[in-house]
Design a protein around this ligand. Sequence first.
Ligand SMILES: [Zn+2]
Ligand SMILES: [Zn+2]
Length: 177
Amino acid sequence: MVFSHDVELALQAATVLANSALEPDTLTTVADLSQVFVDFDYSGRHDADAAELEAVRGLRSELRELLTASREEAVGLVNTMLAEERAVPRLMRHDRFDWHLHAVADDDPLPKRIRVETAMAMVDVIRADELSRLGTCADDECDGVVLDLSRNRSRRFCSTTCGNRNAVAAYRARQSQ
Ligand SMILES: [Zn+2]
Ligand SMILES: [Zn+2]
């Protein structure tokens, strides 16, 4: 594990959300959002309505900007996000998670939670000077955000679809030589 479990989950969630805005959009229904909520072990308030969905959809460009920012740019974005949301960190222990930080109240809306938890996770990334764990997809046609949490930093593609497409292209290129 590169970062603590909750930090990695928050980064993975933010990456999935940012990439959901790529064509074809994969965050178009309340059910899509509920799936993200479950997949990434979010806790607290989840309205599961159209207003919440719209608000989360509206966060995606900011998440992308943060995840692909330089270290200096990321500092500015994180400080702004934490200040705007008036984040107040406190240690929590719940479900199967040992002590970790929450910076929003349980009844705060999900979009605020996503914004704050992404910013808090980026605090760890910035402090550890690990921005190189984040980048964009090695596929020429794809703008997907890549989060590389692998030990040997081997991840280059945003998805298995992009990875497979490039593996096939590389194979064909070798065959035709
Ligand atoms: Zn928690
Ligand atoms: Zn890609």
